[in-house]
Design a protein around this ligand. Sequence first.
Ligand SMILES: [Zn+2]
Length: 353
Amino acid sequence: MAPHASVSSKPARATRIPTCRGDAVATDAMRDNDHVPALWEAGEWSAPASPVGMRAAKPVQMSGVFGEGVSVAVSLTFDDARASQLEGVRILDDHGLRATFYVLPSGVAAAPDRWWSVARLGHEIGNHSSTHPCSANFDFAAANALEDHTMQDIADDVDAATAMIQELIGVRPRTFAYPCGQSFTGRGRRRRSYVPVIAERFVAGRGCGSEVGNLPESCDLAHLEGYTVDGLDAGELRSLVAAGMTRGEWVIMAGHDIGADGPQTVSAPELDRFCSSLIRDDRVWVAPVIEVAERVAGVTQSAVVDALSGSPPRRRRSHLGSRDLRPAPGGQPDRRPFQHHEHPPSSRRPGAS
Ligand SMILES: [Zn+2]
């Protein structure tokens, strides 16, 4: 577990929560959050308990990065292009919310017309690799282990996914989610981070299994923190947003299946309740990862321009790598649907070419 700046006086009682890595816990503070919905209803987001019970609550700091009056940005993300997501996406659509789906080409190939429709509705389609390489400690990854991969293997795998997704549904992914939240190749002295491979290709990369949100002025867009939210109820999801609101964070949630209770599943009724809450507070900006990432990148570009012109910096610069920086947008967040290519889905399947 990651170190924290401060420790609560009350010891945390650990409870297992299913995650992509299977090792995350919920603490007393996360479970004991009955006050959070009440705060939400009252519009009072004053320093709720930390979602992990370890981070001290701080006064709300309005960064202004996300737009006037917005205290927290929230990105809902779902991995693997699982079939249940094609049903669950209706919950988001009913509430007018758009998410990011980090897809495997094999999942898209199972229902290209439907995934094309998901993109057409304004949801972001992101890259989640072609073959989902993870640590050899996962049984399913034994023959495709990151410990045995080279940096070129990763680059080829990711590029192949982009090409297949583009061929299937006419969308070129602009953000990436690390399979299993893992971002290394090799082992021992030859172990390396493959984050630079992602930074060269995408506006942003999302991790998972994190214990903190992203500070827009200092986060690394190429390796964003993401909470794993499988198995969490609406109150627990709200607690994560409430904690992010105290720090002006970008809160990224990573789930898998959407439906009935089960492993790696976000409960459909709980997601529905959570979405109902999200749309009732104007201080919460819900947007796909690409849109928040471009907002964050735009603000940091302003800082670079200020530095070159001798003006006092408006914002500290994020660690952006070599990505394409966009001009800083102004005013309220752009809530228009993200523009995708409008090509009809290809009838071809991965491996057909
Ligand atoms: Zn995955």
